[in-house]
Design a protein around this ligand. Sequence first.
Ligand SMILES: *Cc1c(COP(=O)(O)O)cnc(C)c1O
Length: 524
Amino acid sequence: MSRSVAYFSMEIGLNPEVKTYSGGLGVLAGDTLKAAADQGLNFTAVTLMYRDGYFRQVLEGQMQNEEGQEWNYFELLEDTGVTTHVEIKGEEVEIKAWKYVIEGERRNVEVYFLDTGLDSNSDYAKSLTSSLYAGDNEFRLSQEALLGIGGARIIDELGLNPDYFHMNEGHSALLTLEAVGEKIFTTHTPVAAGHDSFHKSTVEHVLGSRAEELDLEEGLNMTELALKHASYKNAVSDKHGEVSKTMFPEHVFEEVTNGVHSNTWTIESFQELYDDHIPGWRKDSHRLSKALRIPDKAIWSASRDAKISLNEIVQGELDTGTFTVGFARRSTAYKRPTLIFKDLEELERLAEKYGGLQLVFGGKAHPNDTNGKELIQQILKYGELLEKVDVYFIEDYGMEDALKMVSGCDIWLNNPVRGKEASGTSGMKAAHNGTPQLSTLDGWWIEGHIEDVTGWSIGEDYVEGEDQDKVDSKSIYQKLDHILSIYHNDREKWLSVMKHSIALNASYFNTDRMVKEYVAEAYR
Ligand SMILES: *Cc1c(COP(=O)(O)O)cnc(C)c1O
C-alpha cells in the first residue's frame, strides 16, 4: 500500500485553460501532481478556484494593463457538491469543492478547487475566490485561511485520511491548525519579502478565536508556522538549500531540486522524435539520457518545426533562419529582463557580424510591481531603438506560449541576480526541447551547467561586491559572440550541445526524478 499525500498549493497550473496559476510556483505544483499520477502515487491536491483567474495582460501604449481572465470552470471542472465552511472575520463562509482529474500513466490524481462564490456568502466572502494574489494583507490572509483550514476540512469531508500533508510554499500553513497527518514543507523563496507575514491584529480580526492557537508575539509568519510543524522541510535546489539555512538557521533543510513534467514541456515535434528514438520516455524521463543517439538531422528538423510554431505567436514576423534568443518569466527587478540591452552598440555589432539577431520576450508583472511594469515598457522602447536587432514581446505570457518559446528559440536566456532564484524551471523546459541555456550560475543551473556541453554561464568570474550588471552584461555579449559563431560555423558542435542539454539536463531536471526523491526521503 502506498502512503497517501494531500498536496496544498495556493496556485496550480495544470493546462493553459485552467487559469488558476500565475507562474513558476503554480506550474511546478501542476507538474508535480502529473508526475505523481504517472507514478501511480496516492495523491490528492487542494487549491483555490479563482473565477477570474490571475489577470490577462493587455499592452496599451507599452504599458501593462490588467483585465479579468474569464475561463470556463463550469465546463473544465466538475461540481462535486461537497461543501464545508470556515469562520473568516466572524462570518461562517461556505466553501464548495470543484474537481479536476489528472489522468496519469498509472493512475488518476484528483485536484480540488475551493470556491466561495455561493449565494449563502456575503460579497466579501464571495470575492475571496475571485482572483489570485489580489487584494490587501487581510484579504490574503482570508484566502490563506480558506486554503489551509478550508482545505483540511474538505479533505476530511471527502473521507480522506492522508498520511502526509504537503505544503507547497507557506500559504497553506494554517492547515497545521486542523490536519492530523505528518507535515512536509517545501519553501520556494530566497527573498525575504516573498514570505507572507501578518500583523497580530490582522490575524485576530480574520481568524477570531482560532488566533489564540497561534504564537503571535511577532505576528504571523507563514513560513515560520510551516517550519515549526513540518517533520520534513526542503529547499528546491542545492544553492537554495544553503540560502534557506542562513535565512532560518534553527531549521534543517533537505534539498530536492525542482523539475518539469517531461510530457507537458516537450513540444509535439520533439515528442515524436523521442517516441521514435527513445521508447518509454513518457513513463520514465531518465531515458532521455539516451538522446545522444538521435541522428543530427532528426534533431535539427524537430527544432525547425518548433521555430515555425513559435513564429505563429508572433504573427509570422520572425525570420526562422535567424538566430533567436528567448527570455520569458515574471517581470520583476531581480530577474533583470533588460540586462541584455545595457550596451545597444554591442548588440547591433553582434547582429551585424552574424547577419541578424532576434530577441523574443514575454512575461507579466504583478499588478502592484510598478518597477516590473516599467521593465516591460523599456524592453519595447529598446526594440524601437535597435535597427539590426529585432525585438518581439509576446503579450499575456502563459503556459502555451511558454512551450512554444522554450522550444522555438535557439537559446534560452536567464540572468537573475545571484542568490535570488530558488531554482527556476523554464530552462529545464528549454532543455526538454534541445534548447540550451545561457544563464547566471544560480538556482538549478549551478547543478546543470557544463560549459560548452549543456549550455553556457554568464559572469562565471564574478567576484562578490562587483557591479553584477556590468560584469554580467559584458559576459552576455562575449558569450553570445561565442555561441553565434558555433551556431553559424560549426553545426555539428551546435547539435551536440542541443543533444547534451536533453541527455544531461532534461533526463535529470524533471518531476519524475523529483517526485521519486520525495517518495524516498519525505513520504516515508
Ligand atoms: C515555467 C513557467 C514560469 C517559470 O519560469 P522561470 O524562468 O522558472 O521563472 C513562469 N510562467 C510560466 C507561464 C511558465 O510556464
